[in-house]
Design a binder for this molecule. Structure first.
Ligand SMILES: C[S@@+](CC[C@H](N)C(=O)[O-])C[C@H]1O[C@@H](n2cnc3c(N)ncnc32)[C@H](O)[C@@H]1O
Length: 252
């Protein structure tokens, strides 16, 4: 495996649950943590609620929707091992998010911090095929376009990642057009700034959580030094923008 696939396989094998550990202490609109924000609008109390979580990692979404209503899929065995260890009984499957079948017809599909890694047309077409009319597909993604003036943007600069996108750019107009191609209606596409306390012990975790594919040079050390200096300040919080896109299967 080479390119993005090789990088992702190696990265998540070495750092399982890094995304959950980065995001869970964050608080954003209304005090919601990012996985709660992701699931807002998904009716998890309906009797037939069944959430299928693509690229589920360590399965933090299960805590929000309830283990009984949750199933996830991920290609990383290390991520799934953490999911099972942290959430005994959680239903997670190993394999490609675009081909593994969910245990039943999902009432909603979620994608946390991974839509920018999957081939967009394939991911939307797969979700649309699984969902009934009116059922939601909701995703949160990191954004490298909204960091200006935030600590997150400063870290992007120091790491040399400013202007470097992910595998899928997810440019808003292109995303809306892709939704239309696959029978999905884009309901909203928004960015919110979350705040994360950074104890000194978490400096490495935060810096390592950025997907830096070519970490040669002074970037990571400079980013660690910048964040470590701030982490010493009482009450310091890193401001960190996240993007949420909420779609529904047309015809509801
Ligand atoms: C940034 S992590 C997010 C994990 C989890 N959703 C979370 O928020 O903690 C991205 C995840 O996508 C998974 N992934 C990437 N491509 C995949 C694919 N084609 N099928 C299944 N999982 C995939 C990786 O293994 C990794 O666990």
């Amino acid at each position: 495996m080479s390119g993005w696939d090789g990088f992702l396989a190696d990265y998540h094998a070495r750092h399982p649950a890094v995304t959950e550990d980065l995001l869970r202490p964050m608080r954003g609109p209304g005090g919601a943590q990012p996985y709660e924000w992701l699931c807002q609008g998904v009716d998890v109390d309906a009797p037939d609620a069944r959430v299928w979580d693509l690229a589920c990692g360590s399965a933090p979404v299960a805590d929000v929707v309830g283990t009984a209503r949750y199933a996830g899929v991920d290609v990383s065995t290390a991520e799934l091992a953490v999911a099972r260890a942290r959430r005994p009984g959680v239903r997670v499957s190993h394999g490609d998010a675009l081909t593994v079948d969910p245990p039943g017809r999902p009432s909603a599909v979620t994608v946390a911090m991974a839509l920018m890694l999957l081939p967009l047309d394939d991911a939307l077409s797969r979700a649309a095929a699984l969902l009934g009319p009116g059922a939601p597909l909701q995703a949160i993604v990191p954004t490298r376009e909204h960091g200006a003036g935030t600590g997150y943007g400063e870290l992007l600069d120091l790491l040399g990642q400013q202007g470097r996108g992910y595998r899928q750019p997810l440019e808003p107009a292109a995303l809306a057009a892709a939704c239309a191609r696959h029978g999905l209606v884009l309901r909203d596409d928004e960015v919110a700034v979350f705040r994360r306390p950074v104890p000194v012990a978490d400096v490495d975790l935060v810096v390592r959580s950025f997907y830096v594919r070519h970490p040669d040079g002074p970037g990571p050390e400079a980013a660690r030094a910048w964040l470590a200096e701030r982490a010493e300040r009482p009450g310091y919080e890193l401001d960190y923008p996240l993007r949420r896109v909420r779609m529904v299967r047309a015809g509801g």
